[in-house]
Design a protein around this ligand. Sequence first.
Ligand SMILES: O=C(O)C(=O)[C@H](O)CO
Ligand code: MG
Length: 256
Amino acid sequence: MPRFAANLTMMFTELPFLDRFGAAAAAGFDAVEYLFPYDFPAEILAERLQAHGLTQALFNLPPGDWAAGDRGLAALPDRAAEFRASIATALAYAEATGAGRVHVMSGLADRNDAGAVRAYREALARLSDAAGGQGREVMIEPINPRDMPGYFLDDFDFAADLIAALDLPNLKLQFDIYHRQILHGDVLTGLRQMMPLIGHVQVASVPERHEPGTGELDDIRVLRELDALGYGGFVGCEYRPATGTVAGLGWLRAFG
Ligand SMILES: O=C(O)C(=O)[C@H](O)CO
Ligand SMILES: [Mg+2]
């Protein structure tokens, strides 16, 4: 059975961020993820996790200036110094919260630009080396262009080929079922082929990004396939509840 992690950026938004930890635990989750921890001191987050018996599954590296439109730095050659500094920031938070993996966003760039590809490869190698020294994994996640126009990493095969080519022991694929369905479809085949590369899974219905099982795909069937494939990692519930977070958790009953 996969371990489900509540995504506190999208779920429990009825509550202030720091109150979402307790709400997730009360709803039965034993793990959480969220986009960014950096608005809060790492010790405060660690205290929330500990108080509620929660595991920090994942969070993202600093993405640059999100409000100004940045969506990560890794594939941006002229932001390399900022990217290098962001590694130390993220890994300090990972250490404090015990997160076993971090997700690095590529940024907005052209995947056919050799300079961007070179910067991305170098960034992943540097980050993986630093994270590996702490026993942590690094995730890269293809994101669909409707949600994030211009995002560099917008193809699962490109991501899988890159992971294979770089051959770094702790660099893994973040397989977001929602993005996979929008980008390519063929979700079960993608999971079967890429399972050896997958370090984290996320789920939401397509197209509304609501609760699993409410969209065009049989998400419950897809999640069951993870079991059949022997996936032992987390599944992040990265969806926007259609009404209330707790009221919408009925789909989880399919997994006991
Ligand atoms: O958008 C997603 O699916 C993610 O997982 C990223 O972390 C944030 O954009
Ligand atoms: Mg995702």
